[in-house]
Design a protein around this ligand. Structure first.
Ligand code: SF4
Length: 290
């Protein structure tokens, strides 16, 4: 719940505001770009919603905000019901970003043979109910250690199988499936994982149907922790991942996934992700069941 006494001075007057607990994760700016804008190391309301569509988008941002930093006079109950939000076809953005993953996005893919969750949202009663109505969760793909959030709760609730790379296992030591090595692995006919070390040592992206690339934070390299070699590895891995993508342009859902403000490098990586190339996983899967 946002606190009006902590209201940032950068907000324009009106119904919506952001308080100083904001972690600048970018979620509100993606969901309601007509209302929220970055200012220093926060987001703030730079224009109050001018029509019902903009207001609904701002209420969705309020519901998705990981830190409850957005305040409004009205209730967000109706907007909550919009989640998960359709990105395209059977791909959904979950909303309810978690502070445990620094506000990282998570996605839901609805499949006849069993649904997939990519990274984890907050474990909320609304999402649990909606996931159940949509057929539950069979597989939970975790791109890397930072974005596991409530994956354990989701796995327990739905009996889902969690996939994570060996080098990220400390974040989810009881995961059911551990990915090994740095070659692409076909996890299911339409799901190919491609290791992209750099942001973290075992970071992996997930390519779905050769059309959607769930990039986690592969394009976000922190020089302080990764060093020059880490940055070079990450860029090369990302280019290689894009190069393995077959045929059509890759559509990156909603955003690239970093939970912090974009850098020039991330934007460049976004362009790379939209490149075309060839996507054949020629190596045998290297997957271990614990
Ligand atoms: S969604 Fe993220 S950027 Fe927006 S107010 Fe909440 S914490 Fe800040």
């Amino acid at each position: 719940m946002a606190d009006r006494s902590k209201r940032l001075p950068e907000n324009v007057e009106g119904e919506f505001f952001v308080d100083s607990t904001c972690i600048d994760c970018d979620t509100c700016r993606q969901l309601a770009p007509a209302t929220f804008r970055e200012t220093g190391s926060y987001s703030a309301v730079f224009a109050q919603p001018r029509n019902p569509g903009e207001r609904r988008a701002a209420l969705r941002a309020l519901a998705a905000c990981p830190t409850g930093s957005i305040g409004a006079r009205g209730s967000a109950r109706e907007a909550v019901l919009d989640f998960p939000l359709t990105v395209e076809d059977e791909v959904y953005y979950c909303g309810f970003n978690s502070a445990k993953s620094y506000g990282g996005n998570s996605y839901f893919v609805r499949r006849p043979e069993g649904n997939w969750l990519i990274d984890s949202p907050r474990f909320t009663a609304h999402l649990v109910r909606r996931f159940r109505e949509m057929g539950g969760i069979r597989c939970i793909f975790l791109t890397h250690r930072d974005d596991v959030a409530d994956a354990r709760c989701c796995a327990a609730e739905f009996g889902g199988i969690r996939f994570i790379h060996r080098k990220e296992l400390a974040a989810q030591p009881d995961a059911e499936q551990v990915m090994e090595g740095f070659d692409p692995i076909r996890l299911a006919p339409d799901f190919l994982t491609i290791p992209t070390p750099g942001h973290t040592p075992g970071h992996c992206v997930l390519l779905y149907r050769g059309a959607f690339l769930f990039t986690g934070e592969s394009s976000l390299v922190e020089p302080r922790t990764a060093g020059a070699l880490g940055i070079a590895r990450s860029v090369l891995a990302f280019v290689a991942a894009a190069d393995r993508v077959d045929g059509e342009t890759v559509r990156v859902p909603v955003r690239l996934g970093p939970a912090r403000p974009r850098t020039a490098g991330q934007v460049a990586a976004g362009r790379i992700a939209r490149a075309t190339g060839s996507a054949r996983a020629t190596h045998a899967p290297s997957l271990k069941t614990k």
